[in-house]
Design a protein around this ligand. Structure first.
Ligand code: CU
Length: 163
């Protein structure tokens, strides 16, 4: 590996680009999909969600659905039709605002008994460039920590690859 440092830098750059700059698409439950007998607490535990990421709920249409609920609805598995139920079997949810998000399956007692409930916390998109501003000095100030963060992330990735 040491004989090809440029390859390492290239791979590390790709990792940084895909993880911190472009948005991520998360398949809820991974290969298990949105189904009974998948632990979504475990699935979400080691993931960090940012504004701009998307969630994909995969399931056989008709067997499950996806409802966005509030914290109470999540805890008590309250099925409400007012929030709009997703039923396509490949439901894509774009995470547009930061904060806590709750999703449950509204079919039968899948939420209560099958644990078909997912709670995540969406973080603001800190690496994103600021909206266009007339104040040019402000954008210069933002550019420095962004590049600095990029360099740190790059070296972190190299370290991970070498170790
Ligand atoms: Cu279900």
């Amino acid at each position: 590996m040491a004989s090809a440092p440029s390859t390492i830098v290239f791979i590390a750059t790709l990792i940084v680009l895909t993880t911190s700059i472009s948005s991520m698409e998360y398949i809820v439950g991974d290969e298990g999909g949105w189904n009974l007998k998948v632990n979504y607490t475990t699935w979400a535990k080691d993931k960090v969600f940012f504004v701009g990421d998307t969630l994909v709920f995969n399931y056989a249409p008709g067997t499950h659905n996806v409802m966005k609920v509030n914290g109470t609805g999540f805890q008590q598995c309250i099925v409400t039709s007012s929030n709009g139920t997703l039923t396509s079997g490949r439901d894509v949810i774009s995470l547009q605002t930061p904060g806590r998000k709750w999703y449950i399956c509204g079919v039968l007692k899948h939420c209560e008994l099958g644990n078909m409930k997912l709670v995540i916390t969406v973080l603001p998109q800190t690496m994103a460039p600021a909206p266009s501003s007339q104040d040019t000095s402000a954008s210069t100030k933002i550019a420095v920590p962004t590049i600095y963060g990029f360099v740190i992330a790059l070296f972190g990735s190299i370290l991970l690859l070498v170790v």
